[in-house]
Design a protein around this ligand. Structure first.
Ligand SMILES: [Zn+2]
Length: 316
């Protein structure tokens, strides 16, 4: 068999770092010897794969359950606050915004009233019809590389948890570039290969869960920077940690995920016993919230958050 080619630097020298993905699917996870990009070989990046039932069942907001479009929207919409907060300083009411890979439109729905125009792009036909039926913005279903978007060019383009699914990241970013105004902004969020549960705690169960079929590439700050500069973007890199400290303790102690996206993002209501005074429960609850905040800040400071972020502009 021919050696797989790195999507970032085209090198064919790499090492196999794992041989299985989530659900014990046999697939090689490779790391490029030259640029350190981590990627799957072979890859399943076809649109048909994303619209199939197996994908829904295996990769929705609730584990082991194929969620409906309404359930996906309802699971993610209440958690858009921190992402809206992340873009808030750059947001202007006069802006035209495009969200690439917008899924059921939960992020754009959360931006209602905060921008002049919101447009979504989503390859999944069911997600797009959910948006058309239920939400108040337009959605396109063509790949960004070939899409003709009448409302463009845009002041801000976002792609949240999308880049890791893209088998040709350079042409994807050139596609984005084409739809941005000359001084337009790009905001990305994507999984961080230096995630604290892998890099600091080395949780085996997390690694078994982390590497999964739809994610064809795993970026670090270094490889993301290389990619973006090849595609003509400059900007600021960061990481965010939104899953809670208690979700991480759960991983560290059990090696297993919590049942849903919502569980992992919520601070448990543990101080609910009947045997203690109100003040004791209040102070203990406040401590739990504070410990969570401090943990998240510490993880982000060391660039070990679950997601990498990028804010930037085109270089010309
Ligand atoms: Zn490479």
């Amino acid at each position: 068999m021919k050696n797989p080619v790195c999507m970032l630097c085209s090198s064919t020298t790499n090492t196999v770092i794992r041989k299985t993905l989530r659900y014990e699917i046999k697939r090689d996870v490779l790391q490029c010897t030259r640029c350190s990009l981590v990627f799957l070989a072979p890859q399943s990046g076809a649109t048909a794969y994303y619209t199939g039932k197996a994908y829904r069942k295996r990769h929705g907001p609730t584990l082991h359950k194929a969620s409906s479009m309404r359930e996906i929207f309802d699971a993610y919409f209440p958690h858009q606050g921190p992402i809206v907060e992340a873009v808030r300083t750059h947001l202007r009411p006069s802006m035209k915004i495009l969200d690439v890979g917008c899924s059921t439109g939960h992020f754009l729905a959360a931006l209602k009233g905060k921008a002049k125009e919101r447009i979504g792009l989503e390859l999944g036909k069911d997600e797009a019809s959910f948006i058309r039926k239920n939400l108040d913005f337009k959605v396109y279903t063509n790949p960004i590389e070939s899409a003709h978007i009448a409302e463009g060019p845009f002041d801000l383009i976002t792609a949240l948890q999308v880049l890791e699914h893209v088998p040709e990241p350079k042409s994807f970013l050139h596609g984005i570039s084409r739809h941005l105004k000359p001084n337009g902004l790009l905001y990305l969020e994507l999984p961080n290969i230096d995630d604290v549960l892998l890099s600091v705690f080395g949780v085996k169960g997390y690694a078994d869960f982390y590497f999964r079929e739809p994610h064809v590439c795993y970026y670090s700050k270094k490889t993301l920077k290389t990619l973006l500069s090849k595609a003509g973007f400059v900007g600021e890199f960061g990481t965010v940690q939104r899953y809670s400290f208690y979700n991480h303790l759960h991983w560290i102690q059990t090696g297993r995920p919590q049942a849903s996206f919502a569980d992992g993002n919520t601070i448990p209501e543990v101080a609910k016993g009947a045997g203690a005074p109100f003040r004791a429960k209040k102070e203990i609850t406040a401590f739990l919230h504070d410990a969570n905040l401090q943990y998240q800040k510490l993880v982000e400071k060391h660039m070990l958050g679950e997601s990498l972020t990028f804010w930037g502009r085109k270089m010309f």
